[in-house]
Write a protein that binds this ligand. Structure first.
Ligand SMILES: [Zn+2]
Length: 150
């Protein structure tokens, strides 16, 4: 729940920043001279003033870039403590997929809350990253590996 609330908070902050930028653009953009009264009310700036339209496009591009950065950052965060996942390990092989498995990258939480496995091979559509939470007692997991080796 905390994970999704943090994403919503980041998206709301980015939306607020983009709206503020758009309001600043509208507020500080110089007014063009009004047309003669016989031509009716002045048209809106968007799509009638090229510089204003491109500036609005720039604000939209900044918003889309922020959205993309937020999503890519949030995918690589721990689901429990929200810290960035570290220590990427590549496993599998592109050339020897049958022997070593499909290529993927695994990242872990610095406090051991879980492992994120990201598939590099996307054949059947986009596959979501797989989050595996760890047990609270990391020694139990290490002992199970040790007992499996005996
Ligand atoms: Zn964590």
């Amino acid at each position: 729940m905390k994970y999704w609330l943090y994403l919503l908070a980041k998206l709301a902050a980015a939306a607020g920043a983009v709206c503020l930028l758009q309001f600043a653009l509208v507020y500080f953009y110089p007014e063009p001279p009004p047309p003669l009264p016989r031509f009716g009310p002045p048209p809106p700036l968007f799509l009638h003033d090229m510089l204003f339209t491109f500036a609005t496009l720039g604000v939209w591009l900044i918003g889309a870039g922020l959205f993309s950065v937020i999503l890519s950052d949030h995918r690589r965060r721990c689901r429990t403590c929200l810290r960035r996942l570290i220590m990427p390990i590549n496993s599998g092989s592109w050339g020897h997929m049958v022997i070593f498995g499909r290529p993927r990258t695994e990242l872990i939480c610095p406090f051991g809350h879980g492992t994120l496995s990201i598939e590099e091979l996307q054949i059947t559509g986009r596959q979501m990253a797989d989050w595996q939470p760890h047990d609270d007692n990391i020694w139990k997991e290490l002992e199970s590996y040790n007992q499996a080796r005996r």
